[in-house]
Write a protein that binds this ligand. Sequence first.
Ligand code: SF4
Length: 264
Amino acid sequence: METHHTFCRICESLCGLEVTVDDGVITKIRPDDLNVGTAGFACIKGVKQHKLYASPDRLTHPMRRDGDTWSRVTWDEAESDIGRRVRAIVDEHGPNSVAMYVGTAAGFGVLHPVFAQGFMKGLGSGSMYASATQDCANKFAAARQIYGFPFTQPFPDVDRTRCLVIVGANPVVSKWSFLQVADPKQRLRSIAERGGRVIVVDPRHTETAKSATDHVFIRPDTDVFFYLAFANELIATDAIDHAMVDAHTTGFRELAELVAPWTP
Ligand code: SF4
């Protein structure tokens, strides 16, 4: 029996894991207390992932559906069948009619991004989607506009902030994957323990809202008005660091004009 220290590749939180291997088979996965980044924290997906490998439902070879029945085919048969069908779709509807969706974990394989993008480039299709384009494309679009690069993301300094406003995120469940903080529930509570505030804006009384000092309900689909009114109020009450704005930003006057009609 051996113990290995490794990390989870399911999401970008990269939680440290301690894995017991018995005769080449993973028998147990635990959060790794020694990992400096995640300090003994991991979620249920990470510590149960070895069950996936042994699952009888795991697909380890190609299967073809004929009506309601499935039959095993060789890789060669599968590839030429898929090739024929993809070619027919592209011929009839154009390359963008073929889309690809990849999840976060795909980014942890060396070959997956190379072949996935190579395949789509080869087809000439730009219809490439991912978990990021599904739930947080706005973050990347805004970062590109503001900072010039989509992956330049501003993060709150959770351990020093005194007032944290969380809009439409549920880090107690998601583990705040962009920030990659261990034990998000305790980190949020620590803000309150040192006299700060955590204000959650969310249509639902989420798990995170339960750990916050304040919860503000918001009607779904109205976030943009919340942000407009928030900026309006900051400017109306002059809660602005003008030296910082002057030194580091452009377009503040245009922003002030844009938000002026949108009072809380
Ligand atoms: S949060 Fe869960 S899925 Fe993500 S890296 Fe950690 S253990 Fe894995």
